[in-house]
Ligand binder design. Structure first.
Ligand code: NAD
Ligand code: UDP
Length: 311
């Protein structure tokens, strides 16, 4: 089986490629290295089942593949807001180009969508049937609306061309290979605590997120790709924590001497988020198995090693 992974040099893409190559499959990684790095794939450089291509998916490309895993898109607010027009182009044109390729190749296509399509949800926990509460004109809209149109394109390709699509709505996922300057809360807090700097909480820290360890998420994505279920599926860890809880856990684990400081909550920052994973449990027989504490320990170790080697 030949797998095309867009965003293959990124955090999730490189973990997915690890799994696919470990299972003996062929992989083509397509990435423009905006937030990803070839070094995330370095342990496979001598494996001839991996082909690495630098390409920006806003441009079409012709390749051979049996399955397309479409992950290319910056995911952290600081990165996707860096050039919001480019983010919208990546979501729309990139998904359009990859769906066109899937149609031409008759390949199964999986979109990495997001819990952000629910916006600042008025329903809790979020089920797939919830249509969401998204601001169309705010600083997060390029990403949230970009992913919404990407989902729409998938379902229009399915209706018009019988495309074989899968859509995963990923909730906050963390783990080794997040960038130290990624800007997302888990990496920010861990890097600050290791460096002895205060942890910065946006707002009063009462907003909630549900954090999924990367290995659990990738297992769920593999199950979805291999299943016959072609409606959107939430994948995430339903254990819900406030941002302040997370900060306290990490201070205790990494460095009890660091303090908390507070900054304003960014515009449109969702106040609560927790996946309802009943569909994933039922149709994929999937649920996360790694607790926040164990996942954080693995991630802390990764960042300690990374920062030591950087010195
Ligand atoms: P990431 O930033 O590490 O990976 C994204 C990858 O896409 C990077 O390697 C980047 O260089 C590449 N890329 C960006 N724009 C591109 C373009 N125009 N052409 C080619 N490559 C491009 O982020 P991630 O956390 O690994 O996220 C992967 C996917 O999963 C994204 O689509 C993201 O929206 C989705 N997702 C992630 C999370 C999460 O918590 N990690 C949550 C929800 C959804
Ligand atoms: N956050 C924070 N401090 C940080 C980074 C993020 O308090 O250094 C907050 C952020 O405002 C949000 C939550 O943590 O409420 C999760 O942010 P992240 O960027 O990780 O994910 P997203 O908001 O996209 O779910």
């Amino acid at each position: 089986m030949r797998n095309l992974v867009t965003g293959g040099a990124g955090f999730l893409g490189s973990h997915l490629i690890d799994k696919l190559l470990s299972a003996g499959e062929e992989v083509v990684s397509l990435d423009n290295y905006f937030t990803g790095s070839k070094s995330n794939l370095k342990k496979w450089f001598n494996n001839n089942k991996l082909e690495i291509i630098r390409h920006d998916i806003t441009q079409p490309i012709l390749l051979e593949a049996d399955r397309i895993w479409h992950l290319a898109c910056p995911a952290s607010p600081i990165h996707y807001q860096n050039n919001p027009i480019k983010t919208a182009k990546t979501s729309f044109l990139g998904t359009y180009n990859m769906l066109g390729l899937a149609k031409r190749l008759n390949a199964r296509f999986l979109l990495a969508s997001t819990s952000e399509i629910y916006g600042n949800p008025l329903v809790h926990p979020q089920k797939e049937a919830y249509f969401g509460n998204v601001n169309t004109i705010g600083p997060r809209s390029c990403y949230d609306e970009g992913k919404r149109i990407a989902e729409t394109l998938c379902f229009d390709y399915k209706r018009m061309h019988n495309s074989d699509i899968r859509v995963v709505r990923i909730f906050n996922t963390y783990g080794p290979r997040m960038l130290p300057n990624d800007g997302r809360v888990v990496s920010n807090f861990i890097v600050s605590a290791i460096s002895g700097n205060p942890l910065t909480i946006y707002g009063d820290g009462s907003q909630t997120r549900s954090f999924c360890y990367v290995d659990d998420l990738i297992n769920g994505m593999l199950k979805l790709m291999n299943s016959n279920y072609d409606l959107p599926v939430n994948l995430g860890n339903p254990d819900e924590f406030t941002v302040k809880d997370l900060a306290k856990i990490l201070i205790k684990k990494v460095n009890p001497d660091v303090k908390l400081i507070y900054k304003n909550l960014p515009e449109d920052d969702p106040l609560r988020r927790k996946p309802d994973i009943s569909i994933a449990k039922e149709v994929l027989n999937w649920e996360p198995s790694i607790s926040l504490s164990d996942g954080l320990d693995k991630t802390i170790k990764y960042f300690k090693d990374y920062l030591k080697n950087e010195k």
